[in-house]
Write a protein that binds this ligand. Structure first.
Ligand code: S3P
Length: 419
């Protein structure tokens, strides 16, 4: 059975985090519609409230009152970032200059993720930050910050954002140059809310400045959620799926460019452009997919879509290579290993050479007794779709993790893919 229909994916997770977390330092009041209701964003929201931020659900969305950085406490505050890397890393930048002492911790997966890449540049700005051998818990003691000029060696939007957010509260300008373009939601929001930031190629410079929330913010739909069904439509004969109100920024839509190269029919109609571009995207099956090569500089624009693109590669004719995807090793799980093991268990010819992921297709799936997502939401969704394609039902261990980013995944699956 093909996938057919239109759907509106949940609000973008990256933008939702920023709307809430940047309200820690911004002034003013804002009504946000379409905010993501996923577990990770709820984590950011609980922490915002724990810091004294006000947020109330209304008929048209969430009303947020900015804290304007007005936090002061003698007591150490313990903040549980649970599974959310974006929460902890953005908080490191935001809390470094507040008047307080904070312990940022998380679940067992988060406790394995590297935090020194963020702590180091912040320390160079004067932040007092300690990590536990490079990982959470992270201890921050608020202090005054000076600007800095940073050349990053990792392409990471969380790292870039943490530095820029700290830079807003520093005493002099801060520049960050990244090795490749990553998602630019922080930069766009800083400018939209009256902060002073300039971009020149891969370099962003922020001046010490205050932010004022916009009265309204309509959250675009999440391309990283939409991707699961759009990619599945490119694999299954006869499919046509449209995602409405989807965030279309360059740094998030690399997967559509790859699908187009692999031979799917991708069409879009742009519907908005401020502060973020949005559009309606349709992916139509247009014959069997062809293998492709994904170059290193494309990777940041599709980093979260590699699990589902890897599934597409198992069904494409020829050898697909994803170059330089080593960053996958430090996601919620070691995604490079889990993609290889789980698709391998389904019979895929899949290898990791250095930091490259290599997949030879097409594959007719074989069925193991069960699959294991390792409690990684993006693995769990990819494996769910792999089993739908195989027309099989076997248990996926840890599939409840899907709510970390896409609590309505099963509803959209039922809407688009009728048995
Ligand atoms: C995100 C940045 C990316 C991405 C993550 C969300 C963000 O992480 O994988 O899901 O919202 O800034 P990195 O900054 O580690 O690449």
């Amino acid at each position: 059975m093909p996938l057919i229909g239109q759907f509106t994916p949940p609000g973008d997770k990256s933008i939702s985090h920023r709307l809430i977390l940047m309200s820690i330092i911004a002034n003013g009041e804002m009504l946000v519609s379409g905010l993501s209701g996923c577990d990770d964003v709820n984590t950011s929201l609980s922490i915002f409230k724990q810091l004294g931020g006000q947020a109330a659900t209304q008929a048209k969305g969430l009303a947020i009152k900015g804290l304007g950085g007005a936090f002061s406490s003698e007591k150490t505050l313990e903040l549980d970032c649970r599974n959310s890397g974006t929460t902890i890393r953005l908080l490191m930048g935001l809390l470094s200059s507040l008047k307080g002492r904070f312990i940022l911790d998380g679940d067992n997966q988060l406790r394995k993720r590297p935090m020194e890449r963020v702590a180091k540049p912040l320390r160079a700005m004067g932040a007092k930050i300690e990590t536990k051998s490079g990982n959470p818990p992270v201890i921050i003691e608020g202090s005054s910050l000076a600007g800095g000029d940073f050349q990053l060696t990792q392409a990471s939007a969380q790292l870039k954002s943490a530095i820029l957010l700290a830079g807003l509260q520093a005493s002099s300008p801060t520049s960050v140059t990244e090795p490749a373009q990553t998602r630019d939601h922080t930069e766009r929001l800083i400018n939209y809310w009256g902060g002073r930031l300039t971009s020149e190629g891969l370099k962003n410079t922020v001046q010490p400045s205050s932010l004022t929330l916009s009265r309204f913010f309509s959250t675009p739909s999440d391309p990283s959620s939409a991707a699961f069904f759009l990619v599945a439509a490119s694999i299954v004969a006869g499919s046509q799926v449209s995602a409405q109100n989807m965030l279309m920024s360059y740094g998030r839509t690399g997967f559509l460019r790859v699908l187009d190269k692999m031979g799917a029919k991708v069409s879009l109609t742009m519907t908005g452009d401020t502060p973020e571009p949005t559009g309606e995207v349709t992916v139509q099956y247009d014959g069997p997919l062809k293998a492709t090569t994904v170059e290193a500089d494309q990777v940041p624009s599709l980093i979260d879509e590699i699990p589902i693109l890897a599934l597409a590669a198992t069904q494409a004719k020829g050898t697909t290579v994803f170059h330089n995807v080593g960053e996958l090793r430090i996601k919620e799980t070691d995604r490079l290993t889990s993609i290889r093991h789980q698709l391998g268990a389904l019979g895929a010819r899949i290898n990791v050479e250095g930091d490259d992921l290599i997949i030879e297709g097409p594959t007719s799936f074989i069925l193991p007794q069960s699959l294991d997502s390792g409690h990684d939401h993006r693995l769990a969704m990819m494996l769910t779709l792999a089993l739908k394609i195989a027309g099989a039902k076997i248990p996926i261990i840890g599939e409840e993790s899907i709510s970390i980013s896409y609590p309505t995944f099963q509803d959209d699956l039922n809407l688009l893919w009728k048995d």
